[in-house]
Design a protein around this ligand. Structure first.
Ligand code: MEV
Length: 290
């Protein structure tokens, strides 16, 4: 029997289709080169989170969605900002699931990993679509649909894209925002459908290696639709405008909104990073796809 095991998983950025994906529309998300590591160790006494960089009241409950109440110590490390739409809870869910399967000497297939991750994600996010932890489990780009009979997940080949992530410095509450959209679903239905149609066009454009101008324009359109859905904020709108003024091809909030990050598609990250530095906006670059 193993005494300890480690699991890792990356965070994600949604390029198009957040929120609408909860209602069966397609969305596309990519893994990023930041992530979470979970180390599990057998220990006497109750299962306990012994070290964590994130402090969330739901953390213990989330661990017990997979782990037994007795006998496991949990160490969590992450390079993902929490509550910023970069899939920190999904990366935690999949890293935990990987470590737990390994501790038991099992090698899960994708389905088992995704289902285990869902149990943890539901503690954090209520009723999520599952896109975040699908990306964490695949560790690449996916086209995702949340269908009544189960998710439809297709790995995607995405051309190399240079993104700059601009951090609003505020955490958004995914559970609350998803619920707020759900409560107004009837009124918001046309906007949700528009986001879904846009995401479908975006995926086609990605598959045809459309130029960044075209992709960027769609990202900016997606941001405006998310604003109509009520999940953007003055701050996020300002950051998107800032990126466009600094020459980005397009910019959108990424994730649930209400805070979190804006992603900007650029040719040269340095230009926008320098402008962000001067304006005091926390920012970093991420290359996805390729
Ligand atoms: C959150 O990263 C993405 C949302 O679409 C919620 C979900 O898909 O569960 C806002």
């Amino acid at each position: 029997m193993r005494d300890q095991a480690t699991g890792t998983a990356p965070g994600k950025l949604i390029l198009a289709g957040e929120h609408a994906v909860v209602y069966g529309h397609p969305a596309v998300a990519v893994a990023v080169n930041r992530g979470t590591t979970v180390q599990l160790r057998r220990r006497p006494g109750p299962t306990r989170v012994e070290r964590a960089i994130l402090h969330d009241a739901r953390l213990h409950e989330a661990m017990l969605a997979l782990l037994p109440p007795e006998g496991v110590g949990v160490h969590i490390e992450s390079s993902l900002p929490v509550g910023r739409g970069m899939g920190s809870s999904a990366a935690l869910a999949i890293a935990l699931a990987r470590a737990w399967f390994t501790l038991q000497g099992q090698e899960p297939d994708f389905q088992q990993l995704h289902e285990a991750g869902f149990k943890v994600e539901r503690v954090f996010h209520g009723n999520p679509s599952g896109i975040d932890h699908a990306v964490a489990a695949i560790e690449g780009a996916v086209r995702y649909r949340n269908l009544p009979d189960g998710p439809e997940i297709e790995p995607l080949t995405v051309p190399s894209l240079e993104l700059v992530v601009l951090d609003s410095g505020l955490a958004g509450d995914t559970r609350l925002l998803v619920q707020r959209v759900r409560d107004q679903r009837l009124v918001l239905q046309p906007v949700i459908a528009e986001i879904g149609a846009l995401a479908e066009r975006f995926i086609e454009a990605l598959e045809m290696s459309a130029p960044p101008e075209v992709l960027g324009h769609m990202m900016t359109e997606n941001h405006a639709l998310l604003g109509r859905l009520g999940v953007s904020t003055v701050n996020l709108d300002r950051l998107a405008r800032f990126a466009l003024d600094a020459g980005a091809h397009g910019a959108k909030l990424a994730g649930a909104g209400g805070g979190g990050v804006v992603i900007a598609l650029v040719d040269d990250p340095e230009l926008l990073l320098r402008a962000a530095g001067k304006a005091g906006v926390p920012a970093f670059s991420v290359t996805v796809g390729g």
